[in-house]
Design a protein around this ligand. Structure first.
Ligand SMILES: Cc1cc2nc3c(=O)[nH]c(=O)nc-3n(C[C@H](O)[C@H](O)[C@H](O)COP(=O)(O)OP(=O)(O)OC[C@H]3O[C@@H](n4cnc5c(N)ncnc54)[C@H](O)[C@@H]3O)c2cc1C
Length: 392
């Protein structure tokens, strides 16, 4: 006979429940973002340059090594805390959010899972204390079809010699370490792809053009140039020919991070729309008193809450060691749709001034667009979801 749950059985916590430590962590990050990032957001966006002082503060606060164990100088936290940090920072500035996101959910995550003991000792203390990381998979000819990459790695003695170009690399300008993918054997297809740990001062490595973008303008997006770039053999990450596995598995986790970035962005835009609606008067009343505006704010809040629950649930699944591939894809797909809708409506709630740079909502609207593009476009997420929900 199946066991019957009685009222005496403790109910599992709600999906949005946070532990006391998580609440404290979230509130600290929120305060830091409001006090130390917010005053610089507009200028960083206009100049298209991220303030290096804020990156230093990220390191000082332990936000660049959230899951790195304490004995390597990290904060020894969980993936869920990385997600909370990305959400809270993105609420103020999605460019700042993606710096912390790439560091934790892509680079540190790949290092924690795939490095040898020697690599851990060499790199984890740096990632926790002073080195920004970047994740270099895409190329001009290989985006959605990521494994069609052309960058070549040839073993010569004790070194791999890398030649090719990477495109669209977030943190390219600030990074000291690149998790970079190249093929050791183009005829082997995806089975030739290998991940390398490339330091920015390795001979033959340079950072090329920085993109001039629609949104997340303060986050650097750069071309990487590899011209006979020499990488010591001991800097192969994981096994030769298994880079495809590292790329796929790391991006699964990264997508939850982008979901968190988009939820934070939507919440940030919504807060501005609410505040404005409670101050702006038309027809002798605050516009927040019109049901038309109230319903828009209510719909937006509902969508943000739904997306947040998806993000938190996927992150909890990851921390619980469950398979979360479908949930991560759904999270990114949905949260990026919500971010676009909410930021767009926020512009409308502000009316004419919403369309100007005098108020921050137009920036949220511009920043939202990237959520549907990077770490796999929406079509790629739908492809993954379709495969999983339609599998017999
Ligand atoms: C700001 C920014 C930051 C980035 N950061 C990084 C980074 O740090 N590291 C990194 O490696 N990359 C990064 N990227 C690259 C990003 O991941 C790619 O741009 C993305 O994967 C899409 O590739 P693509 O641009 O080549 O577009 P394409 O793959 O050419 O896609 C073009 C269109 O075709 C659609 N499409 C393609 N194939 C299919 C299909 N089979 N079925 C249906 N539709 C399809 C796509 O959905 C899209 O709408 C970044 C990009 C940007 C813009």
């Amino acid at each position: 006979m199946s066991q019957v749950l009685t009222a005496a059985t403790p109910a599992p916590p709600p999906l949005v429940a946070l532990t006391e430590d998580e609440v404290l962590f979230r509130d600290n990050v929120r305060q830091f973002a409001n006090e130390s990032i917010r005053p610089h957001v507009r200028e960083m966006d206009e100049k298209g340059v991220f303030d290096p002082g804020i990156i230093q503060q990220f390191f000082q606060l332990g936000l660049m090594g959230i899951e790195i164990p304490e004995h390597f100088g990290g904060a020894g936290g969980r993936f869920f805390e990385s997600i909370l940090a990305v959400e809270e920072i993105s609420r103020v500035d999605p460019s700042a959010g993606v710096i912390v996101d790439v560091q934790n959910t892509l680079v540190n995550n790949a290092l924690l899972r795939w490095t040898t003991d020697d690599q851990k000792k060499r790199y984890l203390p740096k990632m926790a204390s002073n080195t920004v990381g970047a994740y270099a998979l895409s190329e001009a000819g290989s985006g959605s079809d990521a494994f069609a990459m052309q960058t070549r790695a040839e073993l010569k003695g004790n070194e791999y010699v890398l030649n090719g170009r990477k495109l669209w690399i977030t943190n390219g300008k600030e990074a000291g370490l690149f998790v970079l993918f190249a093929t050791v054997d183009p005829s082997a297809g995806y089975k030739g792809i290998t991940a390398f740990l490339v330091e920015k001062n390795f001979p033959g490595f340079s950072v090329g053009k920085k993109e001039d973008k629609l949104g997340i303008r303060a986050s650097s997006t750069c071309e990487l140039i590899l011209e006979d770039c020499r990488v010591p053999r001991e800097n192969v990450l994981g096994e030769v020919g298994k880079g495809y596995k590292i790329a796929i598995e790391t991006l699964n986790e990264g997508r939850i991070g982008i979901g968190a970035q988009m939820v934070g962005l939507a919440a940030g835009a919504w807060e501005h729309a609410l505040k404005y609606s409670q101050e702006r008067k038309q027809f002798g009343k605050n516009i927040s008193e019109f049901q038309g505006i109230q319903f828009q704010l209510a719909q937006m809040a509902t969508e943000i809450e739904a997306a947040r629950m998806m993000v938190y649930n996927a992150a909890r699944m990851k921390d619980a060691g469950m398979n979360f591939v479908k949930e991560a894809a759904m999270t990114k797909l949905f949260a990026s749709q919500v971010a676009e809708r909410v930021s767009s409506l926020s512009v409308e709630i502000l009316g004419g001034v919403g369309f100007t740079k005098d108020y921050p909502v137009e920036k949220y609207y511009r920043d939202a667009k990237i959520g549907k593009i990077y770490e796999g476009t929406s079509n790629m997420q739908l492809q993954t979801i379709a495969k999983m929900v339609m599998a017999k």
